[in-house]
Every structure is written in structure tokens, then in C-alpha cells.
Design a protein around this ligand. Sequence first.
Ligand SMILES: NC(=O)c1ccc[n+]([C@@H]2O[C@H](COP(=O)([O-])OP(=O)(O)OC[C@H]3O[C@@H](n4cnc5c(N)ncnc54)[C@H](OP(=O)(O)O)[C@@H]3O)[C@@H](O)[C@H]2O)c1
Length: 242
Amino acid sequence: MKRAIVFGATGGIGQAICRELALSGWSLYLHYNTKKEQAEQLAQELFAKYPELDFMPIQLNFATSDQELTSFVNSLLPVNAAIFAQGITNYGFLGDEKLTNISQVININLATPIKLTKLLEPQLMKQSFSRIVYLGSVYGGAGSALESVYSGTKSGLSRFAQAYAREVASNNLTVNVIAPGAVKTQMNSIFSQATIEEVQEEIPAGRWAQGEDISYWVKTILNPRSSYLTGQTIYVTGGWLL
Ligand SMILES: NC(=O)c1ccc[n+]([C@@H]2O[C@H](COP(=O)([O-])OP(=O)(O)OC[C@H]3O[C@@H](n4cnc5c(N)ncnc54)[C@H](OP(=O)(O)O)[C@@H]3O)[C@@H](O)[C@H]2O)c1
């Protein structure tokens, strides 16, 4: 049985990834932070459609101790793939930002994913093929004013993936970043309708992405035939910015 862990399975993009992977025959750990009920509902929905597969909700706050991260990974059944679709941002000038918020964004988007990658490595390497996919951002390639810390974490993921991919390439473990442009999810719920339309006018494809525009590429990377693609950041932006 091939099994993946989807971090951020309760997010707009994470849910789309889970539905796409289940359709492709993947059993899944559905990670959540606060939305336990949503993770359980998703597990039920997927189990009703694919009773031969496993769907297990699992909780972890990424802002936690190294010891808890270690126990979390030690509690997992073997996985062939880890998808990091969790993430947060803070919108505003760096000068107005609280120091604790800066640490929070760096931990949840970058530091904890790197630590979890290190902890998952032994079991990923035991598989005949394995995959790591991080959700980056177009802002990791073209830094965005008012989201400078977020942009820094996403850029960091891309360079980390490039470097780490070279360390593990000979072990059938590939490491890539899917970097979306603007996707209609909870993360963008702070924006007014007018701002949403302004952004849409800048996107050459003429629309915001849906979760499915992003999950398709995650599914494709997880296919065993994608074994020669590693260390890359793939921008899925409808032609926007990069
Ligand atoms: N939406 C966009 O336009 C866009 C564009 C580019 C890149 N991205 C990236 O794509 C990824 C998914 O974004 P999205 O739009 O799907 O976001 P979203 O709908 O806001 O979902 C965020 C996810 O992150 C989890 N999360 C939040 N805080 C956490 C913490 N402390 N510990 C562990 N998990 C935590 C949430 O869990 P709970 O809900 O259970 O609390 C949720 O599953 C993110 O990395 C984001 O940066 C998004």
C-alpha cells in the first residue's frame, strides 16, 4: 500500500491534494492543526469513496518542541511521500510586526518542515521510491511587499529543496516545490472583493487558481514515472509574476 502524509490537509489546497491523491490510490494521513472536525469529515468522505484505502486524521501544531516532533514522526506508519501544504502569513509592514509573529511564520513555514524532513528521512529512504513536496509560493521567487517574512520562508523552502534533493537523489527520494500564484482559499479571505478583482486583472490566465490547479502537479510528482525531476521549484501561477 502506498501511503502519504499531507500536512495542512484541512487547508484549501491541502484538501484538493488529498482528494486527488486518494483518486490515484494513495492511503493518507490527513494532518490538521485546529480543524479536527474538518479532517474527520474529509476522512469519512474519502473512505466512503475508496474503502480499500486508509485515511487517518492526525494532529500536530508546527509551533512545538523538537521532542514532540520526534514523537510525532516515531508514531507514524511508514510513508512513501510527505506533502507540506500547511502555512501561514501575516500581512503588513515588517516595522509593525511583533517579533513573536516573525518566529511563528518562520517556524510553521520553514523551520518545522525542515526538521520533519530530517526526522522522516530514514523511513522515506527505505521505500522503493519516495517523494517530498513543499508548497512554496510565487512570492518565494518575486518577493512581495507587506509579506516579506512569508516571502523569505518560501524562498528558503526552494533553496533548501534544491540543496537537500542533491543529498538524497541516489536513494530514489525526490524533493520538489510546487509554488502557486493566487489560489482561492481561506488564506486570502482577508482580501476585499475589489482587491481580489484587482489581482485577477494582473493574472494573464484571467482567473485565480482553484485548489485542483495545484493538486494536479502534486499528484504528478508523486507518480513513480516522475523519478528524474528533483530539486525543482515549479511555478503554477497562470503566468502571474514569474
Ligand atoms: N492560497 C494561496 O493563494 C497560496 C498561494 C501560494 C502559496 N500558498 C501556500 O500553499 C499552502 C496551503 O495554503 P492554503 O491557501 O491551502 O492555506 P489555508 O487554507 O489557510 O490552510 C492552511 C493550513 O495550514 C495549517 N496550519 C496553520 N497553522 C498551523 C500550525 N501552527 N501548525 C500546523 N499546521 C498549521 C492549517 O491547519 P488547521 O486549519 O487545521 O488549523 C491548514 O491546514 C501554504 O503553504 C501557502 O503558503 C497558498
